[in-house]
Design a protein around this ligand. Structure first.
Ligand code: GP9
Ligand code: MN
Length: 374
């Protein structure tokens, strides 16, 4: 209770990189270490849809599903009133800051971040110049500026930092490519590995700065990926990744570290979960009651639930034991599997949970399209 909250949403950080080594080199050593030091969620599914990064933000902060309407909620429902994590934390005395090194017009963030309750938002137009990678300021310079910024914020604060450097097509300037990739060098996958390795290094720098200024031990630090990396299957195969069903690898790393988690630090939570679970989880950790708040996700603590459904916008879902995957949204087109082994099962057994998943999507759509929060 009372700790600062620092949430880092990492661009295109997909789950398969965790613990991965290539040519004897760890691809994400800093993320791996944080996952060993904090509480790791290896089955955190990507629940985004058309809105990509903006869906990553929206599902995590608002805990509603992405919209079935083409385009991003950040544009289509910018006039709505939402009950979002930053707004709730502001009501509980938190200073709220969001930051991202691209223009505030992109994804309509300048408008939506204010709507969601960020008192202050910093975009490329507000940041100091520095080294540039891809679309803008490098993650390393971004984190350095943000560390200085967070030091000066009133306490407690909630900072939501969205990275940028690890963006498709992942073509990092040669000077930043530090992995020795052998025959993967120059391939699409090779570019991604170099790029995600760079962002991991920047994350390591952020953690170092937070340790030096005392924020590491007075904050809850959350790091997760915004969505999958969009790597073609033929490329993933080079790492021996062969999905037994669609979405098997559509997971993003998720880790929570807080000095106050004591014995939970250093543990791995095997339960399935996803983006929508972030807001209720953080409120729970901070001792803020969920009463009067309407989340479609579920907190990741103190909530053992074998029936937990992680629902995707297209009507597919996973549970601890099973995965139901439909390409068209229709039950009749669905396939049903044992989630871990990939063994195919009779889809008829999935009907009841499919309908429960449909009901959740319907309620979420009603909240969104009816602007029902008020
Ligand atoms: C741009 C960045 C990228 O600001 O967040 O968005 P994406 O293309 O991943 O949706
Ligand atoms: Mn993105």
């Amino acid at each position: 209770k009372g700790q600062n909250v620092i949430v880092v949403q990492v661009e295109s950080l997909q789950g398969f990189v965790v613990g991965l080594t290539v040519n004897g080199q760890e691809v994400t050593p800093h993320l791996n270490r944080l996952m060993r030091e904090g509480l790791a969620f290896p089955h955190y599914y990507d629940q985004t849809h058309h809105g990509r990064t903006s869906d990553g933000e929206f599902t995590s902060l608002v805990s509603l599903y992405p919209s079935s309407i083409a385009g991003s909620i950040y544009f289509n429902f910018a006039e709505n009133e939402f009950d979002a994590l930053p707004k709730i934390l502001k009501q509980h005395g938190y200073a709220t800051l969001s930051a991202h090194a691209y223009t505030g017009a992109f994804w309509n963030r300048a408008v939506m971040h204010r709507n969601l309750g960020f008192e202050q938002s910093l975009f490329s137009e507000d940041l100091k110049p520095g080294k540039t990678i891809g679309w803008g300021l490098s993650d390393e310079d971004f984190f350095t500026q943000m560390s200085e910024k967070m030091e000066r914020l009133p306490r407690p604060f909630f900072a939501f930092l969205i990275t940028l450097s690890n963006h498709h097509p992942y073509e990092l300037p040669p000077a930043y490519q530090t992995l020795d990739l052998g025959e993967l060098e120059g391939t699409f996958l090779g570019h991604y590995l170099q790029s995600v390795h760079y962002t991991d290094q920047a994350l390591g720098r952020l953690i170092e700065l937070l340790k030096a200024n005392g924020l590491y031990d007075s904050s809850i630090l959350v790091v997760y990926g915004d969505h999958d990396a969009g790597i073609p299957q033929a490329e993933l195969q080079k790492l021996g990744i062969e999905p037994k069903y669609e979405r098997e690898y559509d997971k993003v790393p998720m880790v929570i570290y807080s000095s106050a988690l004591s014995e939970l630090n250093g543990t791995v939570q095997q339960q399935v979960s996803g983006h929508l679970d972030l807001a209720p989880t953080l409120l729970y950790l901070l001792g803020i009651s969920q009463e009067g708040h309407y989340f479609m996700g579920q907190r990741l603590f103190d909530f053992p639930d074998a029936e937990r459904l992680v629902v995707f916008r297209d009507g597919s879902y996973v549970t601890q034991e099973h995965a139901f995957i439909t390409q068209t949204g229709l039950f009749e087109d669905g396939r049903y599997y044992e989630r871990i082994s990939g063994r195919p099962l009779d889809p008829q057994a999935a009907r009841e949970q499919f309908l429960a998943a449909q009901e959740r999507l319907r309620l979420s759509d009603l909240m969104l399209e009816g602007d029902l929060y008020p």
